[in-house]
Design a protein. Sequence first.
Length: 272
Amino acid sequence: MARGPKKHLKRINAPRHWMLDKLGGVFAPRPSTGPHKLRECLPLVILIRNRLKYALTKKEVTSILMQRLVTVDNKVRTDVTYPAGFQDVISIQKTSENFRLLYDTKGRFFIHRITPEEAKFKLLKVKRRQLGPKGIPYIVTHDGRTIRFPDPLIQRGDTVKFDLETNKIVEFVKFDTGNLAMVTGGNNCGRVGLIEHRERHPADFDIVHVRDAAGHTFATRDTNVFVLGQGTKSLVSLPKRKGVKASIIEEQQHFLATQNKLQKSAISSAAV
């Protein structure tokens, strides 16, 4: 009978969005306990080694982190399996690079390059609002933060813009119809669109209907909706396709166009 917390993770059981090859070994890096869930995070070792290609092995990642060169949300992290998650800001001092973790339209983590100005803040979704000891109000956010004395208008489901230098709320956006939102779970994970309306289901999940920039509508649970900004303007920059999911035919056309471009460039370079 097992005793204590699990310390291993088989590669075959690792989350699909990590995109680890099956034959790369028996085990995968198990994320440490932290602000994001095991299946909703990306360990730093995978981010630096597999995605950014700044290291070849886990040992090299360890030596990079031990030089205190990598910060997550403006805090130095030296744990190779530290769980970075949605909206986290990863900064690398040596290369002067800043990245924000977002989702692509296939539900995988997308490492989005951002400016130093944008790296000073992040968006947080309010998971719950409560009264603490001595009647002090506080909110708990999606990355495990507890923020005391929030604005009285901030409620569950709203999004707050959080300054990482002062650790204070700068502004907030209500979970209302007509606001821009990204889906963070389910089959539509990574899609971005305007909230059209919200179906109330007592004693069950509320359903939110969203319309993207291409005019396609889809529905998801309210717990999967992360508000990005007021109206059509997002508080953070978005990836290339702005969260619009391409059809299979559009993906094929884009792939063929890219292949033709590569072939032409190879022919022209060979002719020179």
